[in-house]
Design a protein around this ligand. Structure first.
Ligand SMILES: Cc1ncc(COP(=O)(O)O)c(C=O)c1O
Length: 466
């Protein structure tokens, strides 16, 4: 039964009550408890800028002639980011809603540049650790991808990437760093390959672009990954991650405007208004853009460096503490995000227990076919310096009291050759077995795991649920 469109409006009081009740079980950002979804600078002053978001939220970035402030704001933000990542006067870019949009736009620009001189189905070559938004872009844009195994350091395997190149290769990708492990791919080598084969190299610095420059200023060794390398064509950087800006803010940068030309969509062949969109959206709120401009200008290079210093301190203490407890840090992370694994017990129990104790990490099941470990992932934010000891003692407690969850693992293995319906049914039948979902994703053929996941998503987004 569908909930009916309300005949009479609700009072604003009632609206607040209903929304508070809807939000009751949302995870809250209670100072340093989240290790994902929210990058918390831990400084109250930024709250004073929140009204800027609201002030600009109804200005429509679709038409910068009507709202010239949106153009000024965007050009300022792109210039700031270009200068941060060693661009120059030719650097061009666009403010977008997030990493996924930035990546879709870069893949489209690369595809259409490739198609100017080729007529084969364009393909993207990327390491398995690259974010799924590239696969999504490839799917949306009717292209093909080749995901290449990583080397023993969890980095793009340069010789395998090189071997995979064909006449149809339009783009190669490296991450700075990759989300799962926080490790930077060998971008210098990828840049050399891009120049040698005349390929488009995209560097995904969605999670790194707003922290690596500041870690470098603090003296941390950071391998080259930006426009300093001549083979880099485009870079994606999310401001809503380590830029601490409102959700819905990212940037796609191109070495020059010629590379960006296929990203811009124009239409003057319908009876309505002449349309020109730099990104995917047409109507777009200027709230995230103005909010980003405000926070970036408020903090400046110095403010971000200070925050990067706090983040690095927390990162060092937390990773050392995790090792002392008996876990292994996966590979050698380059920034302030990382994954850890348990070489004795399944790591899923640790992840689930962390959530039960009010800490929120990402559980990364991986897949048996990938040959990469199951891990728990943490993004470290400046606020975490305040909770390091509490967090580590909680984790130690979890580690000491791990129980045997091999039943869930065995159930997953036993079920692995059954239908998706059967597996979805098992998940529903065993809600007490909180690690079962992760065990299944690890054990199952990825296609089958995705089938279950899709069914669950389809079922959950159903208007009649209420
Ligand atoms: C490296 C990397 N690329 C792309 C994305 C996608 O960004 P978004 O969720 O903003 O679309 C993420 C998000 O975590 C990321 O870490």
């Amino acid at each position: 039964m569908l909930k009916q469109f309300p005949e009479n409006g609700l009072s604003s009081e009632k609206i607040h009550d209903v929304l508070d009740s809807y939000g009751k079980y949302d995870i809250k950002n209670s100072r340093g408890r989240l290790f994902t979804y929210f990058y918390d600078p831990g400084i109250k002053e930024l709250d004073n800028l929140q009204d800027i978001f609201l002030k600009f939220s109804n200005r429509n970035g679709m038409d910068y002639h009507a709202f010239p402030s949106t153009l000024k704001l965007e050009n300022d933000v792109i210039a700031m980011m270009g200068s941060l990542l060693n661009g120059d006067d030719r650097t061009a870019g666009t403010f977008t809603t997030g990493g996924t949009e930035s990546i879709i736009l870069a893949v489209k620009a690369a595809r259409d540049t490739f198609l100017e001189n080729h007529n084969s189905l364009p393909e993207v070559i990327l390491p398995v650790t690259a974010h799924p938004s590239f696969s999504k872009a490839v799917e949306y844009l009717g292209m093909r991808e080749k995901r290449i195994p990583v080397n023993s350091e969890y980095q793009a395997d340069i010789s395998l990437m090189r071997k995979a190149i064909t006449k149809s290769t339009a783009m190669i990708v490296g991450s700075a760093p990759s989300f799962p492990y926080g490790i930077i791919d060998p971008i210098k080598e990828l840049s050399d390959i891009a120049l040698e084969y005349k390929l488009w190299l995209h560097v995904d610095a969605c999670v790194g672009g707003m922290i690596l420059p500041f870690l470098k200023r603090l003296g941390k060794q950071v391998p080259e990954y930006d426009f300093k390398l001549p083979g880099v064509s485009s870079i994606s950087i999310d401001l809503h991650k380590y830029g601490f800006t409102p959700k819905g803010s990212s940037v796609i940068l191109y070495r020059n405007a010629v590379l960006r030309r296929h990203q811009i969509y124009v239409n003057a062949r319908w009876p309505g208004y002449p349309m020109s969109n730099a990104g995917i959206q047409a109507t777009k709120s200027a709230g995230p853009l103005a909010g980003s401009w405000a926070i970036m200008n408020y903090l400046g290079y110095r403010g971000y460096t200070e925050l990067a210093g706090k983040t690095l301190t927390a990162y060092k203490r937390i990773t050392q503490g995790i090792k002392n407890i008996g876990y292994e840090i996966t590979g050698k992370p380059d920034a302030t995000i990382f994954a850890f694994q348990d070489n004795v017990n399944s790591i899923f129990q640790t992840g689930v227990k962390m959530i039960e104790k009010g800490w929120y990490p990402q559980i990364q099941p991986s897949n048996i076919k990938l040959g990469l470990p199951s891990t728990v992932h943490l993004n470290i934010s400046p606020v975490h310096v305040e909770v390091t000891d509490e967090f580590l003692s909680s984790l130690e407690d979890i580690h000491t009291n791990l129980s045997d969850d091999s039943a869930a693992g065995q159930l997953a293995i036993d079920s692995a050759d059954k239908t998706a319906e059967y597996l979805a049914h098992m998940l529903e039948k065993h809600p007490e077995n909180k690690t079962l979902f992760f065990h299944m994703l690890y054990q199952l053929d990825p296609g089958k795991g995705e089938e279950i996941f899709r069914k669950m998503t389809d079922r959950d987004f159903h208007a009649s649920i209420g």
